[in-house]
Design a protein around this ligand. Structure first.
Ligand code: FMN
Length: 312
């Protein structure tokens, strides 16, 4: 089947959807969060079907197993589903994996109304962004935390809040040790220093200025790492959610990405600011250590922080 490329390199089109629908779906997908904003996917549209395929990516030291790529595809898939739903269709999703690369097919099978919750998530897509700066001290209310937790919950995946001082201390110790390991790994930091995209360079500059919890999720050569006491305090002051999955295969990473995007959009729709990190969770000992200390059988895939941004 011939594929006609358009001006966007991550976006290919093959007939049937109207041009306005194509533009809308492409826009929704391109606004998803992705590792280093690399958008490691290709979107192909034909008839009433949308196919999202993972692209191989070059971040060998940062993401050797492709976990982040697949989580990124999951987040983009969530936006694609919301886009299809927003056009008035039901969205049947099939996720598959071949030669280590995942792909997802979304069938717009039948006309179907958007639910109010989906509509709120869809409206939040253009507003969603990473907020890595510290939050104001205003706590996130319990009902809101409940809504975010609920949004992250799905088949074989879900969220786990960091709840107590003891948990914060244990998690701070793990995140601190992961950040120190990355800091000391010259191959790793060299790769980050060589970030080739303008966004990668922006992130690298930003990592040098980070002082809060986000610094342990964007550790490069110049990052100032907070000590463990401060990390533990921040983990208590901010609302921190671990998103995990029951399994650790390609489809689980896609599930984690969908869960993250739902939680992020839910939070954005209620005026909260968010950032996420996976960097510490690339180390298998941190994944198992966190699961053990938090007494969860889920495999930690993403750490998300929620709070209120200072008024600018
Ligand atoms: C799989 C994945 C991993 C990410 N890992 C990190 C991370 O470890 N630290 C961080 O600060 N941001 C991380 N991000 C956030 C991206 O850097 C961010 O989404 C991207 O730069 C686009 O910016 P935006 O979220 O403001 O649209 C990650 C995003 C994804 C989807």
């Amino acid at each position: 089947m011939a594929v006609v490329p358009t001006v966007q390199s991550d976006f290919q089109v093959e007939a049937a959807w109207t041009p306005a629908e194509i533009a809308e779906l492409g826009e929704s997908v391109s606004r998803a969060p992705s590792v280093h904003n690399s958008r490691p996917w290709t979107l192909t549209l034909h008839h009433r079907t949308a196919v999202l395929r993972e692209n191989p990516a070059p971040l060998m030291n940062h993401d050797p197993q492709g976990r982040d790529r697949r989580i990124s595809v999951g987040a983009a898939l969530m936006n694609l589903v919301l886009g299809v739903r927003g056009l008035g269709w039901s969205a049947q999703v099939e996720v598959g994996a071949t030669s280590d690369l995942v792909s997802a097919v979304v069938h717009a099978a039948n006309p179907a109304e958007l639910s109010p919750r989906e509509a709120a998530w869809a409206r939040a897509i253009p507003q969603r962004h990473s907020h890595r700066e510290p939050f104001t001290g205003r706590p996130v209310s319990e009902p809101l935390r409940e809504k975010i937790w609920d949004a992250a919950s799905g088949t074989r995946c879900g969220g786990r809040w960091i709840n107590s001082d003891a948990e914060a201390v244990a998690v701070a110790r793990m995140l601190g040790s992961a950040a120190n390991a990355f800091h000391a790994n010259s191959d790793y930091t060299r790769e980050l220093t060589g970030w080739v995209t303008p966004e990668g360079r922006r992130l690298q500059t930003e990592s040098g200025g980070l002082r809060g919890l986000a610094a342990v999720g964007l550790t490069a050569m110049t990052t100032h790492l907070p000590d463990e006491h401060r990390l533990a305090r921040l983990l208590r002051e901010e609302s921190v959610l671990l998103v995990g999955t029951r399994g650790d295969r390609a489809a689980d990473h896609v599930r984690a990405g969908r869960a993250v995007e739902r939680a992020w959009l839910e939070a954005t729709s209620t005026g909260l600011s968010v950032s996420m990190m996976t960097q510490p969770l690339h180390l298998p000992e941190i994944r198992t250590g966190l699961a053990e200390r938090l007494g969860t059988s889920m495999i930690p895939q993403v750490i998300m922080r929620f709070g209120y941004a200072a008024e600018s």
